[in-house]
Design a protein around this ligand. Sequence first.
Ligand code: FE2
Ligand code: FE2
Length: 399
Amino acid sequence: MPTNSEKLKFAKIVVKDKFYKIKESWQTSKSGKNALTKDPAYNAANPKHFIPMMDKERYGERSNAFDKIISATHKHFWDPLDKKYIDFDVPFDLENEHIVDPKGPFGLELDIPSVAEKLTDKQKIKLNNESFRFVLSQILHGEQAALSLSASLCHVLRDPGAQEYAANQTREEARHVTGFTKYIESRWGSPYKVGPTLGRVADDIVSSDVVYKKIVGMQMMIEGLAMGAFAMAHEDTNDPVLKTLLKYTMSDEAFHHKFGKIWADRTVPKLSESEHIKVEDWAEKIFTELLFNLINPFEKKEVYASVGLDAKWVQQEFEKHIDQSDVIKEEMKKNNNIFRVLVKTLLKAHIITDRTKATYAEFVDMDELNAEDDTVAGQDIADEGVERLSVINALKKSA
Ligand SMILES: [Fe+2]
Ligand SMILES: [Fe+2]
């Protein structure tokens, strides 16, 4: 015979189970379509509702949309902590050598005569290298945003295939965070803090519960921007360690970009006019915010201080000598330009229409862009990376 206390315990469990069942049917009724979801592969649960993830029917409802990019992950596997792939202990003479070509887009300040006149040759190298440390620090924060964002997608996507893809991307972004952290540590000790523009945009995208905002904002725009930035840095760097890090990272990023492209192919053509306006406006907002602020001198106070320059003075000289619009237009002509890559991604995905074309047309020839194929910038470098990684991985397996 059960004792009274045993009976009480049992009754409590029955009540808890009943409560769970009510919660289950309530959460299940709320789960499924996120804003603007047009393809079941992107159905998402409310991030605070876990019960619908255990729906027994869900496991069998796996789409094959991402199978190819999931299988490919083994081919481009790499480990930033394993010297067979990359050795961060190989030194670089930061005092006497430019880590990136100062004539490229990363060393704009040295083009200002009054700034250059104030600096010795060694200080010029220092300013250029510190500026690039700032760029790499922003890339590191961007990688953290991509890691948290893909983890958040993995948490809400209902399609087990989409979830497996997002889990893989999370793992890949985590190795990028490790890789860039190790590189910055080996060259400078620590990164700069996140600039307010990237910080704000990343916070907006990562903390949103809306799947399309996450995918357009991160997978298409920030990932596209990263591919452009990596391709430019890969071309301009004199440091073989950085070249390798960029190449391997790009081997992963090219696939992340593809995930965004698959979403666009399956979603954009099915959007109603008002839904299309929402997506188009969101993309335009992110583009405009990133465009001017990523090259502005207001975020680099500590960089200028490292060579004894006053940030306010540099900002004034910057404004006098450098027309940001002209720089952007000039740089946009180059194939690898980060914003050009971004505009091309949006244009090819039919996210830009005549409504917002003018915003982009100010900087880039839209007809010319439209006539190009839709290969993402840096795809050739990414392919080289995948090839090199498959050789290392095959050797490791046979060892
Ligand atoms: Fe990444
Ligand atoms: Fe990525």
